[in-house]
Ligand binder design. Structure first.
Ligand SMILES: Nc1ncnc2c1ncn2[C@@H]1O[C@H](COP(=O)(O)OP(=O)(O)OP(=O)(O)O)[C@@H](O)[C@H]1O
Ligand SMILES: [Mg+2]
Length: 279
């Protein structure tokens, strides 16, 4: 695993995407994407809708494979793994899907128990119940353990999805738009939960969002995805004060600028493309 020096401290690279290209039906989505996620950090990926944020997360769990380039997770090159090895690596990764992906016919507690039933056959029913309830307690959902997903709010579904994502004690947690569609109070509660989960579990986290308030609140570093590449990585303060016109327009939510102004859009080569973060 690569070791990077950040703020004078050595940090291991837990996830690395190296020069990743991915196209669907000839339409390029990722075009030479480089990204390093360090042990124990929360890295937030920002970018407009349809730029490939979810596609990037799916590469990290091997649900998608790159056309070119490499994906390394916990020191393993995913392209060298057989299915069995990939599945066992995935057990160390929690994934909060964009849509929540709870099964409607199972209670909240049964949804959270699913990964345990599938991957920990040695556990007894009381043991499963104890683990499920401990995770539901972390996300403040214990009171709703026996409800069906349709009986709880959108924010509660997200929290239940998070409990399921962490039920196998993963060392990596991926969150796809954890606050989208939530009111500001619930969005803040989820942000606090993301910070709290990192503190409690020590996991390395990658969060995809286009909500800048969330990004500033939870990120150790923020990476901006644009036209298939990470065009800048930095601390929340660095991103807030970025001089890159594309990053500036995005984080300020301005309607006029290089992102939307096709005529005057500068080529990526003309702007200061910084990759790899605080190397
Ligand atoms: N399995 C797939 N097959 C074909 N095209 C796909 C597939 N997955 C993603 N795409 C395309 O790749 C592009 C990027 O999609 P992606 O879902 O990663 O966007 P996103 O940045 O997550 O957007 P949003 O913020 O709306 O969730 C889109 O044009 C999408 O249609
Ligand atoms: Mg998405």
């Amino acid at each position: 695993m690569d070791v990077l020096i950040v703020s004078g401290m050595e940090k291991r690279a837990v996830i690395e995407l190296r020069n990743v290209y991915k196209a669907f039906d000839g339409v390029p989505v990722l075009e030479g994407l480089n990204l390093t996620v360090l042990e124990g950090e929360t890295l937030v990926i920002i970018g407009r809708s349809g730029t490939g944020k979810s596609v990037t997360l799916k590469h990290i769990v091997g649900l998608l494979t790159p056309d070119h380039g490499k994906v390394l997770v916990l020191g393993r090159d995913l392209s060298t793994l057989g299915l069995k090895e990939l599945l066992s690596l995935r057990l160390r990764i929690g994934y909060l899907f964009q849509g929540g992906a709870l099964l409607n016919w199972l209670t909240i507690a049964e949804n959270v128990a699913l990964p345990l039933r599938e991957h920990r056959p040695e556990l007894s029913e009381p043991e499963i119940r104890d683990i499920v309830d401990s995770k539901l307690r972390i996300v403040d959902m214990l009171h709703a353990r026996d409800k069906l997903p349709e009986e709880v709010s959108g924010g509660m579904k997200k929290r239940a999805g998070l409990a399921r994502a962490i039920v196998l004690d993963p060392s990596i947690i991926l969150y796809d738009e954890p606050t989208s569609g939530l009111d500001p109070v619930m969005a803040n509660a989820i942000n606090e939960l993301v910070v709290h989960t990192k503190e409690v579990t020590g996991a390395t986290q990658v969060v995809v969002t286009h909500d800048m308030q969330s990004a500033y609140c939870i990120a150790d570093r923020i990476a901006m995805l644009y036209e298939g590449r990470i065009i800048e990585v930095g601390s929340p303060e660095q991103i807030k004060e970025s001089t890159n016109p594309i990053v500036r327009q995005f984080v300020r939510g301005e309607t006029k600028g290089p992102i939307t102004d096709g005529e005057s859009k500068p080529a990526l080569s003309e702007i200061n493309v910084r990759e790899g973060g605080s190397r």
